[in-house]
Write a protein that binds this ligand. Structure first.
Ligand code: ADP
Ligand code: ADP
Length: 220
């Protein structure tokens, strides 16, 4: 991405001249609340346009090739939305339908595969509102994985998880990061310390550091 900026209204500057590049593997986006992480991720996920600058995925550019980008992208927003009354299976079936999978038999296979991938096959027929925090995040990953994205954007995935769920969730992301690019935002260093290949640190809408974790720790 190049010189990305975002203002909310005429006053609040949420992003200032952000430049960022990343390849395959896990990439951490670290920063306190209000740093601009969610804003950056929403722009990258084509949910919201930037005020200035651009984001490119290969030859695709946001604002111009959004349709194509959504096909190669999986996004887990900070709050998954209002699907609590659906079962895990119904929810994933619905997302598969939204992604354009018209064949119901193919959808069933895909949904089962995703449920197994995040180890929720036993909870397929339970309503999402009965899931634990960790289970909700895993169904969130499952929906982001439908369509086999090359890039996943995961916003504060460990918020509200207990320590054990945190570790399991991190292991899942590490496994998924072997095959694709995953961008994870967090305000907790421990979440990304051992698993991310590289990280960027944001504060007040600015990118204050980019590099590896050992390099960062040497600096402080
Ligand atoms: P983070 O994800 O790092 O906590 P955000 O991107 O959510 O940061 O927020 C960055 C700044 O932009 C904050 O000051 C926040 O209050 C502001 N902000 C975020 N979303 C909106 C919005 N929809 N309207 C106005 N201000 C917003
Ligand atoms: P975060 O942890 O990312 O800062 P928040 O709880 O601040 O999340 O924001 C939740 C939602 O509210 C987001 O969609 C964000 O864009 C929006 N939001 C955040 N700050 C403001 C604001 N000052 N005015 C309007 N919407 C906001």
């Amino acid at each position: 991405m190049t010189s990305l900026s975002k203002r909310y209204g005429s006053e609040r500057v949420a992003l200032k001249d952000i430049n960022l590049a990343f390849g395959k593997g896990l990439f951490g986006l670290l920063g306190p609340n209000g740093a601009g992480k969610s804003t950056l991720m929403q722009i990258m996920a084509t949910v919201m346009p930037p005020t200035g600058g651009t984001v490119e995925y290969g030859s695709y550019r946001i604002g111009k090739n959004d349709h194509e980008i959504r096909r190669i992208l999986g996004y887990l927003p900070q709050r998954l939305g209002l699907y609590d009354k659906l079962t895990g299976e119904e929810f994933l079936n619905y997302i598969a339908l939204l992604k354009g999978m018209k064949d119901s038999a193919a959808r069933r296979i895909k949904v089962l595969e995703m449920l197994e991938r995040v180890n929720l096959q036993d909870k397929a027929r339970r309503k999402i509102k009965t899931y634990s925090g960790g289970m909700k995040q895993r169904i969130g990953i499952a929906q982001a994985l439908i369509g086999d994205p090359q890039v996943m954007i995961v916003d504060e995935p460990t918020a509200g998880l207990d320590p054990e769920e945190r570790i399991r969730f991190r292991d899942l992301l590490e496994e998924l990061g072997l095959e694709r690019t995953i961008l994870i935002s967090t305000h907790i260093v421990a979440d990304i310390e051992t698993s991310c290949n590289a990280l960027a640190v944001m504060n007040k809408g600015e990118m204050v550091y980019q590099g590896t974790i050992p390099q960062l720790l040497k600096k402080v």
